[in-house]
Design a protein around this ligand. Structure first.
Ligand code: HEM
Length: 472
């Protein structure tokens, strides 16, 4: 038995809300002899695409009940995709050499939007190079210097909110996280000034996000299936943001102080390939668009989910408020536990995927080379053996327990683990604390908000609607 399982079972005896999964063999195999083929969903591909795309929560729990551990589906990417949610299967995929497990993001509807030059959608040597380049500015210590800026953005936003009037948190959280990401990437303190290329880009990104909430957005996503380049509505939607992005790039290329600047954009612009070449405008566009889009909607909705759960779970809500306002010695631990638990029960990215390039064992099943594997973060986070009482929101689960690398996956893992994880955690800590300090919140409507699937994210259907009862 692995060290990980041993650690988990030690924690289990101390903490009744943390358990462990029975071992399940997984990894590359020479032959599939002796291994069964996973059961296959029989619905035609278009039905599965629409069902998964619109109601992933229902789709996944339904098939888990029907098939158990592993099954095959037909979705957004070519061929069949095996769905799994066992930590040992996850470990085998996250620890494998990258050429055995390229990311499915390269084939997903994200690909035409972000382009092939993006760290998120590229594979192989290009991916490794881009990642190496981007890791330092996203490292925990580098992020620490953004904390004051995040706190200022949060305070400014909270100042604007009105007591007694119901409102959705998600768009307000997005205003904060968009400012943070724009500042981090483009090196602008505070919100970009009106009339600047950066401000035009910020506004264009906001309108893309707005249009992605409209009914036509799903159609745009489906029109992209099978296309490597933006097509139809996506092409139209990206026209203006792309022009703004190229304008920002052109402006920065003309800047005299490019060599001295420490923001992420300048860093990528100065970087050189092995052959000594700098990135082209198209490559820069893909990378920057990825960071802007991946970097703020996710964090904003994750925060909205945390409050959606908190205002419906009085014990957790009171504990957070009391620890933060009373300056309790364990306030940081309570904040961290609340975030960990919100990301467990409502992972804003509910699935991530790889394509195995060699035959692979997943428990009793085997899948041939060139099969997609969908790791259901959602199902893994609701495993009863790992997380007793899995559907309840219980931050105390995490007291004295660090999330396991293959048991808690809101940021994915392995060589593709989210680059922005440290930034996203810092933003959540700072904003959650500021809101808990200053606001008495309640749900605008007691009924829990259903998960809604938008692009690759799972968001609260009503945006996390709350009412401020009192404000400090
Ligand atoms: C709560 C907020 C966030 C969540 C839940 C989240 C989640 C994820 C997940 C699940 C992946 C895929 C990992 C995998 O396939 O193993 C990912 C990748 C990525 N994320 Fe995030 N993310 C968040 C915030 C951010 C931020 C703030 C940034 C940057 C500004 C960012 C940039 C990226 C990038 C560049 C990748 C691709 C990494 C690669 O393929 O090497 N994310 N994220």
């Amino acid at each position: 038995m692995s060290v990980l399982t041993a650690t988990a079972s030690t924690a289990e005896s101390a903490n009744p809300l943390i358990g462990s999964a029975p071992p399940s063999p997984a990894g590359p195999v020479e032959t599939l002899d002796g291994l069964a083929t996973p059961p296959h969903i029989r619905w035609p591909r278009p039905v599965q695409v629409v069902w998964f795309g619109q109601r992933q929560w229902h789709f996944m729990f339904h098939h888990q009940q029907k098939f158990g551990g592993v099954w095959l589906a037909n979705g957004y990417v070519r061929g069949s995709t095996a769905a799994t949610y066992h930590p040992d299967h996850v470990r085998s995929l996250f620890k494998a050499p990258p050429d055995l497990v390229p990311t499915l993001a390269a084939e997903s509807p994200l690909r035409p939007v972000l382009g092939d030059g993006s760290v998120l959608t590229s594979n192989g040597p290009r991916h490794l190079r881009q990642r190496k380049l981007l890791l330092p500015p996203f490292h925990g210590e580098a992020i620490a210097r953004y904390e004051q800026m995040i706190a200022d953005a949060a305070e400014r936003e909270i100042d604007r909110w009105t007591v007694g009037k119901p409102f959705a948190l998600a768009p307000r959280m997005q205003a904060i996280t968009l400012d943070v990401i724009m500042a981090g990437i483009f090196g602008i303190e505070g919100r970009p000034r009106a009339g600047t290329a950066e401000r035009a880009l910020r506004d264009a990104i906001k309108s893309v996000l707005w249009s992605s909430t409209q009914p036509g957005a799903k159609l745009a996503e489906w029109m992209n299936i099978g296309h490597d380049e933006p097509f139809g509505l996506t092409w139209l939607g990206l026209f203006i943001p792309d022009r703004c992005m190229y304008a920002v790039i052109a402006k920065r290329r003309r800047d005299q102080d490019l060599e001295q600047r420490t923001d992420i954009m300048s860093l990528i612009m100065r970087a050189r390939t092995e052959d000594g070449e700098t990135l082209t405008d198209d490559e820069l566009r893909d990378e920057l668009m990825t960071l802007v889009l991946a970097g703020h909607e996710t964090t904003a909705n994750q925060l909205a989910w945390a409050w959606e759960r908190l205002v419906r779970t009085p014990a957790a809500h009171e504990l957070l408020i009391e620890s933060v306002r009373g300056d309790a010695p364990n306030a940081d631990e309570v904040i961290e536990a609340t975030i960990n638990e919100a990301m467990r029960v409502r992972p804003v990215i509910p699935v991530t995927g790889r394509r195995v390039t060699v035959p692979w064992q997943l428990g009793e099943y085997g899948i041939p080379a060139d099969t997609g594997v969908a790791i259901s973060i959602l199902l893994l986070h609701h495993r009863e053996d790992l997380y007793p009482d899995p559907f309840s929101f219980r931050p105390e689960r995490w007291f004295g327990h660090k999330p396991g690398t293959y048991e808690w996956l809101p940021f994915g893992g392995g060589t593709r683990r989210c680059l922005g994880a440290a930034l996203a955690m810092a933003e959540q800590r700072v904003v959650l604390r500021a809101m808990a300090e200053r606001l008495d919140l309640k749900a605008a409507d007691e009924r829990p908000e259903q998960p809604k699937h938008r692009n690759v994210t799972m968001i609260p259907a009503r945006g996390g609607r709350v009412v401020i009862r009192a404000k400090r």
